[in-house]
Design a protein around this ligand. Structure first.
Ligand SMILES: NC(=O)c1ccc[n+]([C@@H]2O[C@H](COP(=O)([O-])OP(=O)(O)OC[C@H]3O[C@@H](n4cnc5c(N)ncnc54)[C@H](O)[C@@H]3O)[C@@H](O)[C@H]2O)c1
Length: 363
């Protein structure tokens, strides 16, 4: 088991590895009740481990299921969940444990942020994406018909339990989508340890070797923890570097119809960002080729399937809620032997055309 500390006030630990879920009891020992929020497809496999650990610690625990998919991340689910927790008698000193992927983590995390004006939450992420990204950093939110994640709060967990065993039951595409975020860390200036594992042990990663995944997740979590610790509420621009590859990815998800999961869209978005950086002479061809090879080694897509309309994608990118007006991209820049990331606003049309061409989108 590996332990990564997120240095916030108060700090909290992310336990990564085989058997992390069994540590749930020690994390909430002394509390009266813990509501395990999950989904049927996750709870069937993994809730018994958590329930057993909580009962062994003398904690009253029950499972509260929510529906599957992005459509379940709504205020209606929050309302329903809060009522069920109130009926069960969950009080201010009790806790919520989110057992699932990012949908469960975001929804249960938001419920924990607002129920009784805030109760403790333990994040127990069961997808690769949630283990390396969604469960770390305290962002919680649900969707409105007007847009994704529009109602939310920062609510840091008291601890995160990322159990490698849960990844064994993850559907193959969901696993691959998580690798998109892992690849992003590998290509970030802070991600050398992630890159080393990917470059040397891609076969073990793809075979979901528990020992390799434990090191990979811990190294990825360490990158996110460091960035979140430096800019917890996205105020200084440091946390914004986590959006590397995300401007095009969000647009592909919004425009829809390209059948890409979030992490797959991020992989394509990384190729797009690199090509944009190349056209702006921030990185050389060798860097772009090296990054693309790393994505391919993880079996990730590097082109947009189908024939999307670049004009529509540009319009959506301009409306991106993280853009402060105009087009904003987090792009790599070669600096000495390494790479740094920073925001670039409104690149010229020639550079955008080159970036679209690199991911198979013709103007
Ligand atoms: N809060 C953040 O910082 C943050 C960051 C990134 C993404 N997100 C959010 O995360 C969500 C996406 O999360 P996701 O990719 O984890 O998808 P998800 O939560 O929808 O999970 C994907 C599917 O896998 C199933 N599943 C989960 N764990 C499983 C397991 N161990 N075994 C079998 N099946 C399992 C789920 O039931 C679901 O059907 C989005 O809503 C996104 O907005 C949040």
């Amino acid at each position: 088991m590996e332990r990564v500390t997120v240095e916030l006030a108060p700090p909290y630990d992310v336990l990564v590895g085989d058997g992390a879920l069994a540590e749930a009891g020690s994390l909430v020992a002394g509390r009266r009740k813990v509501a395990i929020v999950s989904q049927a497809g996750v709870a069937d496999f993994h809730a018994p481990t958590v329930t057993t650990a909580l009962h062994a610690a003398g904690v009253d625990a029950d499972v509260f299921l929510i529906d599957d998919g992005e459509d379940a991340k709504t205020l209606a689910t929050v309302d329903d969940l809060c009522r069920r927790l109130a009926d069960w008698g969950l009080l201010r000193g009790d806790a919520v444990l989110a057992l699932g992927g990012g949908v469960v983590g975001d929804t249960a995390g938001f419920v924990a942020a607002v129920y009784h004006r805030g109760v403790a939450v333990v994040q127990a992420p069961t997808t690769l994406l949630a283990q390396v990204d969604a469960a770390i950093g305290g962002k919680t939110a649900v969707n409105l018909p007007q847009g994704k994640n529009l109602v939310g709060a920062f609510h840091q967990p008291i601890g995160v339990l990322a159990d490698a065993r849960t990844l064994a039951t993850l559907p193959p595409r969901e696993f691959r989508a998580g690798l998109g975020e892992v690849a992003k860390y590998a290509l970030m200036p802070e991600g050398a340890a992630v890159a080393t594992i990917v470059r040397n042990e891609a076969d073990g990663v793809l075979a979901r070797d528990a020992e390799v995944l434990t090191r990979l997740v811990a190294a990825s979590v360490a990158v996110k923890a460091r960035i979140v610790g430096a800019d917890p509420e996205e105020r200084t621009g440091i946390r914004a570097t986590l959006n590397y590859g995300h401007t095009l990815a969000h647009a592909l998800e919004t425009v829809g119809g390209y059948e890409l999961l979030h992490g797959e869209a991020v992989a394509v978005g990384l190729v797009f960002a690199d090509a944009l950086a190349g056209a702006l002479e921030r990185v050389d061809t060798a860097t772009m080729d090296d990054h693309r090879a790393l994505l391919c080694s993880l079996d990730l897509p590097t082109e947009v399937p189908g024939e999307p309309d670049p004009v529509q994608l540009l319009e959506v990118m301009q409306r991106d809620k993280k853009a402060s007006g105009g087009l904003t991209f987090v792009l790599p820049q070669r600096q000495g032997d390494g790479i740094v990331l920073d925001a670039v606003h409104d690149p010229d049309t020639r550079a955008l055309d080159a970036a679209f061409a690199a991911v198979g989108v013709r103007s």
